[in-house]
Ligand binder design. Sequence first.
Ligand code: SF4
Length: 312
Amino acid sequence: MLEIANLSVTLPSRRGPLHVLRRIDLSMAKGQIHGLIGESGCGKTMTAMALLGLLPEGAVVAADRFRFDGDEVAGRVKTLRGRRIALISQDPAAALNPVLTIGRQMDDVIRSHHALPRPERQAKAVDILAATGLPDPQNLLRRYPHQLSGGMQQRVVIAQALATGADFLIADEPTTALDVTVGAQVLRLLRDLVASRGLTVLMITHDMDVVAETCDRATVLYAGISVEEGPVGALLDHPRHPYTQALLAALPDAAPHGARLAAVEGSIPPPTETLPGCAFAARCPHATAACAAPPPLRNAGGQSWSCHLELP
Ligand code: SF4
């Protein structure tokens, strides 16, 4: 469904070029949920913006391959936005207009993507709201966002994404603003929609529980680089890249009760820095002199990772 190879994005700034994405490889099969994992500043949201054609003015984009559903789309990716690709943002309250009814906001989306008379648009809105599990969708059309709970608002945002007709959804931390129970319901809804409608979802998250419960495969990003990719079970049970290992070791569940939590010491290199060798070298416990050169891509057990160590 999506195949990106060696995507880079550079933004202009007074401090010099900002290498916000250095080397992103992403391969996603139709009908799967693919996690995009990493700490803040690793390039998750910028990757989503590149996919939506929403990069800031002056952004320089390059890629060896940028294929969507079999077609090369480099340079025209924004034509897919709203037609094939839609975004589910992390804050539903901010995504919805507080002074317009849900009906009006659903109608605006449907009208801009489907040439239908008003009664059919309204019927479509009711159908899609019902498909997201919202009770009494007919009555919901007359309500305002502030009259809904956070979980209901997120379902409306998902309904808007579906109303565009898009079959590829980018879910940007979709449960961050929700409590645990409601977040779990939203994730279940996304899984159900993938199964029933054949959607493909890119799940941006820093939450490994979300990855474990929801995703089929995942890609780990570091400093704007894809450092590891694989099936979720293998990735979480046997992480190969030292950064993925450090990320998982830093989870609260990984530490014995009462013990000090592990941390990945140091910080991500700033985007102003050029990185001729391994981007993780300054923080990696296994770094050697060889790591000053670009690491090779390795493959085993369905996983791929970039590292000089044969078995990190
Ligand atoms: S290439 Fe070297 S520095 Fe980079 S992750 Fe592997 S061992 Fe660590």
